[in-house]
Design a protein around this ligand. Structure first.
Ligand code: NDP
Length: 419
């Protein structure tokens, strides 16, 4: 029996809400809240009468910590599941601290305005000290550890698929298959086709910022940075086939480097088709990916936000996307003195997801683990005071829940290795 406040009603939140409603024994009550309450109500209307979970809705601006805290005081949830944007992570964590309620999210903090001088000063220092230039990193949220510990509450960071399931796969591999893990390759393949020349599968602003940035990987205790899309490999993905994939910076590399003892190299690869890359390069070259506002006919416009308004809404891709995703990790290391490699992955079918919850697989593979992470917290299967990443807990109950709630996984003990 628990009461969960869910912030956001977009692609990922929609799946998480559907999954909480399937899991009414744990989530007896949920509240969906965002700036546009009509969207939250539309989501509620899809589920009412089909679930035992009692759903309510509210209007809230999660950029305002006091507003979120006031909503928490009113609703009295057991935890807050933040499925708004990474821009809101810190204000929501502040609200959770103020009200002493646990916090869960799927993406680490990133500022909306990367030209803000105060943020920029910290960012530039971090680039020099750490050696990677991504706008997002865990330092901002890890800095809340002592405050959360003192308040006796928990923050669970990054319980989507990647980060999230991929990090739990790492903890599971370490617990059951290795004495020491030496390399981790995280492979994110979307073999789906939505039929548009160009669209993003989740929030376009967040997605395009991520893939147009420099790549980087962790090797022998430090970061190695690459130009965007500089490292390309081909991989034959089970149930999807041969795809081109490119090395990106990704947030779980940072936490796995800290939490998997003895790891020597961690890389992240994502598949992209040629059409996607050509469109992105062109949009970047003409300035459409910029986050710096420009003045157009007396009105201030942020180019990437305007682009978002032109692109298909990721939520509308569900009915037209066919094919499968395959996301997983290849681990190498030693067990009982012998070298070995395993590949743990999940395959998800876009149309199956759409039939079940009305969303494509990219939202599904994030929304299901978001519900599972929230379940780990509210049922206290994962317990602690402070700020934690998912790989810091026992992976077994989470792995069991993945099988039960729609993301079954496979362990392959003789995988193709990425050179
Ligand atoms: P969407 O853009 O579809 O939805 C974002 C939601 O946030 C909207 O419902 C919006 O509602 C709400 N929102 C935005 N600003 C505010 C605000 N100030 N206050 C309250 N609500 C707000 O995004 P997605 O569903 O695609 O992604 C959600 C999160 O999941 C993102 O953080 C994304 O980075 C993360 N993600 C993580 C993945 C992983 O594997 N770990 C993979 C994919 C996504 P409204 O406009 O009504 O306020």
């Amino acid at each position: 029996m628990s009461r969960l406040l869910i912030l956001g009603c977009g692609g990922v939140a929609s799946v998480a809400v559907h999954k909480c409603c399937q899991n009414s024994e744990v989530f007896t009550e949920i509240m969906i809240a965002s700036r546009t309450v009509s969207k939250c109500e539309a989501l509620k209307a899809q589920l009412e009468g089909k679930t035992k979970t009692k759903i309510s809705t509210a209007q809230v601006d999660a950029d305002n910590a006091d507003e979120v805290a006031a909503l928490i005081e009113r609703y009295q949830p057991d935890a807050v599941l933040n499925l708004a944007l990474p821009y809101q992570d810190l204000t929501v964590m502040d609200a959770c601290l103020k009200t002493k309620v646990s916090y869960i999210d799927t993406a680490n903090y990133e500022p909306e305005d990367t030209d803000d001088p105060a943020w920029r000063a910290v960012y530039e220092k971090r680039c020099k000290e750490e050696g990677f230039t991504a706008y997002f990193d865990y330092s901002w949220q890890w800095a809340y550890h002592e405050k959360f510990k003192k308040a006796g509450i928990m923050a669970l960071l990054g319980t989507g698929f990647d980060p999230g399931v991929t990090s739990v796969f790492a903890a599971y591999a370490l617990k059951h298959y290795f004495d020491e893990i030496h390399t981790i390759d995280i492979l994110d393949c979307n073999g789906g086709d939505h039929g548009y020349p160009f669209a993003t599968n989740f929030n376009p602003e967040i997605n395009l910022r991520e893939v147009s940035a420099n790549g980087s990987y962790w090797e022998n205790g430090h970061w190695v940075e690459t130009k965007p899309m500089e490292i390309k490999r081909e991989y034959n993905f089970p149930e999807v086939g041969e795809k081109d994939m490119y090395l990106l910076h990704h947030e779980e590399i940072e936490s796995l480097a800290k939490n998997i003892p003895g790891v020597k190299r961690i890389r992240f690869f994502m598949t992209f088709g040629q059409s996607y890359l050509t469109h992105m390069k062109c949009l970047e070259n003409v300035g459409m990916l910029s986050t710096t506002p420009i003045n157009y006919n007396g009105q201030e416009i942020v180019p990437i936000q305007f682009l978002k308004a032109l692109l298909p809404d990721p939520a509308s891709l569900g009915p037209r996307t066919v094919g499968k995703t395959n996301i997983g990790c290849i681990f190498t290391g030693v067990k009982d003195g012998k070298e070995k490699a395993i590949y743990i992955y999940n395959v998800c079918d876009h149309q199956e997801c759409y039939k079940e919850v009305g969303s494509q697989a990219v939202s599904y593979t994030t929304g299901v683990p978001a519900m599972i992470g929230a379940m780990m917290v509210v049922t206290e299967q994962w317990k602690g005071c402070g700020v934690f990443n998912v790989e810091e807990f026992d992976p077994d109950p989470y792995m069991e829940a993945l099988n039960r709630w729609g993301l079954p996984w496979v362990v392959c003990e003789n995988p193709q290795i990425v050179e």
